[in-house]
Every structure is written in C-alpha cells, then in structure tokens.
Design a protein around this ligand. Sequence first.
Ligand SMILES: [Zn+2]
Length: 410
Amino acid sequence: MSLKMPEIDAGMIARRPEIVAAMRVLLPEGSTSTEEDRLRVHKADGLTAYGELPLTSAAGEFYATHRAALVYCLLSNHLGRVRMKFCSAMMLAAALCMGAAVTYAAEDAVETHQRNAKDAAGLDFQGTLVRTCIAPVPLNPGGGGGGGGAQKVPDRSTWYAEPAKVYDNLYFLGTKIHSSWALTTSQGIILIDTLYNYAVEPEIVDGMKKMGLDPAQVKYVLISHGHGDHDEGANLMQQRYGAKIVMGGPDWDAIEKTTMPGGTPKRDIVGTDGQKITLGDTTVTIVATPGHTPGTLSFLFSVKDNGMPATVAYSGGTALQVIYRDIAKLNGYSDSEKRFAKLAAAQNATILMSNHSEFDNAYIKARLLAVRKPGEAHPFDVGTEAIARYLTVKSECALAQAERLKRPNS
Ligand SMILES: [Zn+2]
C-alpha cells in the first residue's frame, strides 16, 4: 500500500479528539492533561514540530517507524474499508505498544464537518449549531417568510421587547426573536432590518421615539435578506419617512414577485459587494454573502462604546432551510461565510450581530446592559476569535449538509 502524506494543519489536529487521544498515548509519561495536550498540539507547527515532541522510548520507536502511516490514518477523512482495517490495526498496534487503549472511530465527511462545527460552537453558539447542523431542514415546511397571504399575528406577549441603547450610536429595536438596529450618524439614522409587518410600528417606530430618536431621520434601511421577518417593515419606512431601501439584487427580484404584508417596497438601491453606504460620519460596508438567500448581505461598520470605537460584523442570513437540498448552494453558503470571516478579521471586528436572537442572543444581551458596571466588558463584544468560530459553525454545518446529500438514499 502506498501512503500519501497529507498536509497537516496544527489547528485541525487540535480539533480532532482522536488525534489528541493518540498524541496522549505517544506523549511522555505523566502527561495526561487533555488541555495540556491540546495546547501542545495547537502550538505544534505541522509535522516537523509534531515529530519533535519528546516521546517515551517505546512509543517513540513505534512512532518513528510508523509515523507516516499513523499520521495518514489520523487525518484521513474518507476511510475506505481496507484503509479502515489497516488504520485500526495501526492504532491498535500503537495502543498495545503503550499498554493503553485508543478509541479510534472512523468518521465520514458529514461527521467531520459536524464535529468541526460543534468544536467551533463551544458553549456560546449552540443556537446556531442546532439550527444549521442538527436541524438544517425546514422546521415549518413551506415557511421562511417573505411570501404573501394572510398573516397571523402572534400574541404580543410572545415577541414584544423593549428597545435598548446598546452602543453610543446603536439602538436595539428588535423583538425577542428578530433584530432591528438603529445606527445613528451625524446626518440621520441608518436602520438595519425591519422585522415582520406586525412589529414595525410598536418596535421600530415607537421604539425609536422611546429612545429619543426621530423615525423621520431614517435615511437608509439596510435589509440583510428578503424574508418577511426582516423586510416586511421596509415599505412603511419608505412610504412614511422616505427612507431609501437597500437590498441584494436577487432578493429585490424575489420580493417584487410577491405581495408582502405591509406592502412591497419599490426598488431603491441594489446592495452590492464592497459597496459603502455613507451617512454623515458613518459608513457601512456591504459584504455580499449569498447562501441563505441569493441576495443575502452582511455588514461591517463601526460603533462607539463610551467613546471607544469597535467594529461590528453583522451576519446577514443563517438557516439552511431554503437551500438544504442543493449541494452547490450549500458550498456557496460555506464560501460566503469563509470570505466574510476573512473580511471581518481584516477589519479587526470584535462585535458579533445576527438578525435572530437565537443566533447572537441579542435580546438577552441588550437587557444585560442594564446591569453593566463601568469598565466591564460589553456583552456584544465577543472578540475576533469568537467571530471566527461563529462563522466556522455556519460554514461547517453547510458543508456537513452538502456531504449528507452525497450519501446514498439521502
Ligand atoms: Zn431568512
């Protein structure tokens, strides 16, 4: 059997428990801490450093002799039956060599992507993990918002949330479930997402007034994507206050074919990748992230926390229900998330926002601010590493679903 050495990425090693488990077998006696092992592997820079880790003599001998085969087995994502047998034998030999047992479960690509997503989700992004990895299929078949027809207004007590000032220049106007944000500038207000029709008046119009803001000062309305939970309020803002609506081209095309509750807004501005929406002293950069819908837009912009500037990465569309049977679109979604992650990192974005509280805990976090003491961290400021993890959850769950579709009888 000829063995091809795969490329090794230290981060990938650290995320794979079976490799960490095998490393533990091969590491010096007394080194039993999982965290220590993980850190060690994480610090390792590819195979060179991996090979330089001090080993006990028995393991060292085995490892030195069979390193290529072991590494191949550990990193191979698509183990065939023969390879699986071979690798199991290798792992058993390694384990026997140390008198220890190694649990080695061969996993397929779906499981690998799911595990990557689960590892990235940690304890802070479980809502996103559940919706995109565990339940990527429609929760309400035929749902998804944006369509016409009679709309049932849910009981107000199930969704109404008080508005909140979240940053010096950013106000939460969302419900318990969906978000809308007012970004104030030196020359008016930029509104981001507009909720369902039933919520626009109580949450956005009245919410702004409660916050001392004038809804007539809204000059732009940015719509992350054309689904009813984010775009139904747009028509009211356009008709009553003359605000210019910005939406991705394919989503304009889609909503123009429907009769939206609250009315379908007329096309103002087609948001495109890299476009900058500037109002007074504030600029929002649009990042096209096709996936959840073909015209989904994400945003990068700056806010101030007691005068200190920080950058927001606003992730525009999340669930996979519309595209969950389409491998090409799932791959496109994943590519969008990876690209947005790069751009957010390049801007040193530390604040994460989504348009569903299920994904970014906006409703909880907006209320947490009431007990924030001077000097305490801002609950929305999760840091660059967490934003990267969040976007990895989305990307990996889309890839898991794409791989799932390749399974027979999927
Ligand atoms: Zn949507």
